[in-house]
Design a binder for this molecule. Structure first.
Ligand code: FNR
Length: 423
């Protein structure tokens, strides 16, 4: 971030564009129709997705003038402090990478490239259950990234659960144990995706990244010993594990197809759990649990009642329920109701530094960024992800600095106005 100050705007010709809206365009150019449809496509008419983006334009940031910079003990002027306490960690910047599945459909190195970039720049990586790389290999990549970035304290990683049906509790327990052992410190339970939404792009393409001939979206399952056993019992032969690490190698299509179908039916069981079922997760996960996909005050209060450490106010980037409310529109009232009782994170629609400032000012402790980093992954693998993350951080830092905002703790509702109210 500090490079922005040191070098001003005199960058070398950059490898990747700094125009945020062109990340999407460039990803479109390099991805095939299936992968593009999957990443970009939303539910139904795209109404929820469009509202997510539009909601940010309804708020404006008003700057404070003649605000001196913070100073250290020797009187040196400091840049704005972007740190934030989230889920028991002091994050250098209030942003994490949203869980995104099947990253190998965007770049051959998929999650490994993304997790290395996350470790390198010190942004928490949230690993999806629908990962096309095993839990253990993502942890390794994340640590390698952290070493190359010399990050201190060590960057954190969190695990996102697509919660199998209760008849497969043994598989859930196995995944939780693996994640804990691999150093994932918090559990994000996604509540809005017990079945995949009505997604016209994927339907037109006849595309399901999990059971499509690519069949690479199931590696967490294929590398799970309990899943292996189940497969063996059902099919009387072992499930192959020759998946994404061997893309391009000959794979046994029939085996993988069956494994992908079985894993998909487990990860997306078609029906929701109940609030009571959370007790089971609490028994088997000792760290913080965060519910992802909360949109109402009533559910946020239930999350508090269930002893959750946090929630993500999210509509899954508009990919699940169409005709829904913007995620940003749901945020303030939830903050007012439960903001002092658990950590409120936010996602769906973050595209630039101004968006990050607005979400934090409305009371989120941390934002999750989804599509932008996946576009970066498509465009440039690990370097592309790093570029997107650093751009978002640099943009936020300069925007705060120019607004006289010396710390993320200055980001209060008072710095925002509703654009409609100004006329
Ligand atoms: C997602 N998202 C998601 N969420 C989750 O809990 N588990 C997952 O496996 C996935 N997979 C996934 C794939 C792709 C291609 C996208 C774009 C999104 C949702 C994600 O975590 C997040 O909620 C949204 O992406 C946030 O919205 P924006 O930032 O994309 O607007």
């Amino acid at each position: 971030e500090q490079e922005v100050y040191k070098n001003g705007l005199f960058f070398h010709k950059p490898a990747f564009t700094f125009q945020n809206d062109r990340w999407e365009e460039e990803a479109h150019r390099v991805l095939n129709a299936n992968s593009w449809g999957y990443i970009h496509g939303s539910a139904g008419t795209g109404e929820t997705y469009k509202k997510n983006l539009a909601a940010f334009r309804r708020f404006s940031i008003l700057p404070n003038r003649l605000v001196p910079s913070r100073k250290d003990a020797e009187g040196n002027e400091l840049f704005p402090d972007t740190s934030m306490e989230v889920l028991g960690h002091k994050l250098p910047f209030p942003m994490a990478m949203a869980p995104i599945g099947v990253q190998k459909i965007f770049h051959p190195l998929g999650e490994v490239a993304a997790a290395k970039a996350a470790g390198d720049v010190g942004v928490p990586y949230i690993l999806s259950t629908a990962s096309s790389t095993s839990i253990e290999n993502v942890a390794k990549a994340h640590e390698q990234g952290a070493q190359s970035g010399n990050q201190s304290p060590a960057p954190v990683r969190w695990f996102q659960l697509y919660w199998p049906s209760r008849e497969h509790d043994d598989i859930t327990i196995s995944m939780l144990h693996r994640a804990e052992k691999a150093g994932f410190t918090a559990l994000f339970v996604t509540l809005d995706t017990y079945t995949i939404g009505w997604r016209p792009y994927d339907m037109d393409n006849g595309y399901n990244p999990f059971i499509h001939p690519d069949r690479i979206g199931v590696e967490i399952g294929l590398t799970d010993p309990v899943f292996q056993k189940l497969f063996q019992e059902k099919h009387k032969r072992p499930a192959t594990t020759k998946t994404s690490d061997h893309l391009g190698a000959t794979i046994d299509d029939e085996d993988l197809g069956d494994a992908a179908r079985l894993w998909t039916s487990i990860a997306f069981p078609g029906h929701s759990k109940s609030w009571e079922d959370l007790e089971f997760l609490k028994e088997h996960w000792k760290g913080p649990i965060v519910l992802k996909g909360i949109q109402t005050v009533a559910d946020a209060k239930r999350a508090v009642g269930a002893g959750m450490a946090g929630i993500v106010v999210s509509n899954h980037g508009g990919r699940q329920q169409d005709a829904g409310a913007s995620s940003l529109g749901c945020l303030s009232r939830i903050v007012d109701a439960v903001g002092d009782k658990l950590d409120i994170l936010f996602d769906s629609g973050i595209r630039c530094g101004g968006d990050i400032i607005k979400a934090i000012a409305l009371g989120a402790k941390c934002v999750l960024v989804g599509r932008p980093y996946a576009y970066g992954l498509a465009i440039g693998g690990q370097d592309g992800v790093k570029h997107v993350l650093r751009s978002l951080m640099g943009d936020t830092l300069l925007n705060m600095h120019l607004g006289g905002l010396t710390s993320t703790y200055d980001l209060k509702r008072e710095i925002l106005v509703k654009e409609d109210d100004m006329f």
